[in-house]
Design a protein around this ligand. Structure first.
Ligand code: MLT
Length: 245
């Protein structure tokens, strides 16, 4: 298996598709998606465009839907919730579809939605993604960070490194065996440097600082936890993620 890391949707090739693409937005979209499905949401449907979200979700029974919107880290007025994974409690999520739009994470998912397999991963469900990759015998896997409006983000790259490092160890392979591009080595190096201080790393990250200004300390703490959820969001139709069985 060859892994390729792309730091942003903009850096992700558009002339080909891999066997499997994993979208990563640790702060916070893919953490929220994993948490919502773990809490019993029927599905998470993602949109980059808010108007489209409102239009599509309008056709869904009101008692079976929740609209979540985030721009610039803050909740979008008119939505039921923002993008905090801590709001995705079983009481709220059970049996409902979460319609979600965020600044970058939902764009990353849309960027790779033509791939035959699309997954969403964060630190909270890192091991679920790794176990899936180990079981599937795939040739090419892309780890696609969401970044922030076209720029690199530490938190997505450290998660890509955590996944790559775990796959490499489990397969007993060497870096050159799994690294499809130089970014894989950079991501693993970042993870090895910060693996025991992920929350501290998030305090250095530009989006971490943005969320702290919005009172997001508890979100940062939760998003920094690793392997706490046994759930793997998988795309069942373009833009719709469900829990992989
Ligand atoms: C994004 O998509 O940019 C993020 O998930 C933003 C956030 O809500 O923290």
């Amino acid at each position: 298996m060859k892994l390729f890391v792309y730091h942003t949707p903009e850096l992700t090739p558009d002339s080909e598709v891999p066997d499997c693409a994993i979208a990563i937005d640790v702060l916070r979209a893919t953490t929220t998606i994993a948490t919502a499905l773990n809490s019993g949401a029927e599905a998470v449907q993602v949109f980059s465009d808010l108007d489209q979200l409102m239009q599509v979700s309008q056709e869904w029974p009101a008692e079976k839907r929740l609209r979540a919107g985030e721009r610039g880290g803050a909740m979008v007025p008119g939505c039921d919730l923002g993008n905090s994974p801590l709001d995705c409690t079983p009481e709220r999520m059970q049996g409902r579809r979460l319609f979600l739009t965020t600044t970058n994470g939902t764009r990353a998912l849309q960027r790779v939605q033509e791939s035959p397999i699309v997954l969403a991963a964060a630190l909270v469900n890192r091991d679920s993604a790794v176990q899936y990759l180990l079981a599937q015998q795939l040739e090419n896997v892309w780890l696609v960070g969401s970044g922030w409006q076209g720029s690199y983000s530490l938190e997505d790259t450290v998660c890509a490194g955590a996944i790559a490092h775990s796959v490499m160890n489990a397969n007993n392979s060497k870096l050159d065996d799994i690294a499809g591009n130089d970014e894989v080595m950079g991501a693993i190096a970042l993870y090895l440097q910060w693996q025991d201080r992920l929350l501290e790393l998030f305090h250095h990250a530009s989006h971490g600082k943005r969320l702290l200004r919005l009172d997001g300390h508890e979100d940062l703490k939760y998003c920094a936890e690793t392997d706490i959820l046994d759930v793997l969001p998988i795309q069942k139709e373009p833009g719709v993620l469900v829990k992989n069985d």
